[in-house]
Design a protein. Structure first.
Length: 326
């Protein structure tokens, strides 16, 4: 029997507790229906008998207090809700328990922004993780010793698992289910829950927000210029001259401040503008390409797909329901 401990922390998202409980319980039913023994012992664990979640809207009764959990094979850390710093402070006492379970051999899996709680233990230092694309800048600021994998839905490193944003955690849960019970049961679960089992990126859903939570005024000026003039061809030399900083120093400071190289930032801003145009206008691919400062169709297509995971046509067809001309 595989023991699965779903942590019920303060500030948790209720659904991110209910979903893994549902998945592994359903997997037991699939196994029983196939004439096999149930495989998973699923338990809700926490610091209290009853934990308020979703900003106090709901209360969840735990099966065991953390101090009474003798042995577990997998700890699931659900997504957090509300102010991240407040959530980490409220769950400070869970950190040592998570570390102890890991040292005793358990796998640890964080769902969505549950990665913040996992990272707060120090177990991810020097390693990689995934989290919701909308929280990546905040994560990098709070945990500079952890590498966030852009766009990734699942990251696995030394028995530490993390997932991308929102419903992306279902892909991690299916990944873990496959690890413990095999591909057949994982596929059955993916069909039952209508989840694409092999989806591996959240880049399609990401909206780029330039990191501006820094105090480098020259870099902020350059960022604002890029965003205001996304229709133009912008060079690194032009930006460095604009803010009166030498090119090498400018590039170094830009990377430190934004976590992007200058050219990466320019492309991301342009592609974000192109995405908005595809979503809300009747313009064709070429018109949008010129609007955001690209003149080479192949370059635009390759850059767009690299950033979003879709070609311009695929993205437009997916997110714009108007009747559009090619």
């Amino acid at each position: 029997m595989i023991n699965i401990s779903i942590l019920v922390p303060e500030f948790a998202v209720m659904q991110a507790i209910a979903d893994p409980q549902y998945l592994f319980s359903a997997a037991n039913q699939f196994l029983l229906a196939g004439g096999r023994a149930a495989l998973f012992n699923v338990q809700l664990v926490g610091l209290k008998d009853n934990v308020q979640v979703n900003n106090g809207m709901f209360s969840i009764k735990t099966d065991f207090l953390l101090k009474d959990v003798k042995q577990t094979d997998l700890v699931v850390i659900p997504a957090l809700f509300g102010n991240i710093q407040n959530a980490l402070e409220a769950n400070y006492e869970t950190k040592e328990w998570i570390i102890q379970q890991y040292e005793d051999g358990a796998d640890i899996a964080s769902l969505c922004v549950g990665a913040f709680l996992l990272a707060s233990t120090g177990l991810l230092d020097g390693g990689k993780c995934s989290t919701h694309w909308g929280f990546q800048n905040e994560f990098r600021e709070m945990f500079p010793n952890v590498e966030v994998v852009d766009g990734s839905i699942i990251t696995e490193e030394k028995r530490l698992y993390s997932s991308g944003g929102a419903n992306s955690y279902w892909n991690l849960l299916l990944h873990l289910l496959e690890k413990y019970s095999g591909r057949e049961i994982a596929i059955l679960a993916s069909k039952y829950f209508a989840i694409d089992i092999d989806r591996d990126t959240q880049t399609t859903f990401a909206m780029f927000k330039g990191q501006k939570n820094h105090n480098d005024t020259e870099i902020l000026k350059a960022q604002e210029y890029i965003e205001t003039n996304n229709q133009d061809k912008i060079s690194v030399d032009e930006l460095a001259e604009l803010v009166s900083v030498g090119r090498r120093s400018f590039e170094r400071r830009f990377k430190i401040a934004t976590n992007n190289s200058v050219l990466e930032y320019i492309h991301r801003i342009k592609i974000e503008a192109a995405k908005r145009s595809f979503e809300s206008s009747r313009k064709n691919i070429t018109e949008v390409m010129f609007d955001v400062g690209y003149t080479d169709t192949k370059s635009f297509r390759n850059t767009f797909k690299k950033i979003t995971g879709l070609t311009p046509i695929e993205y437009r067809n997916k997110y714009n329901k108007m009747k559009l001309a090619d």
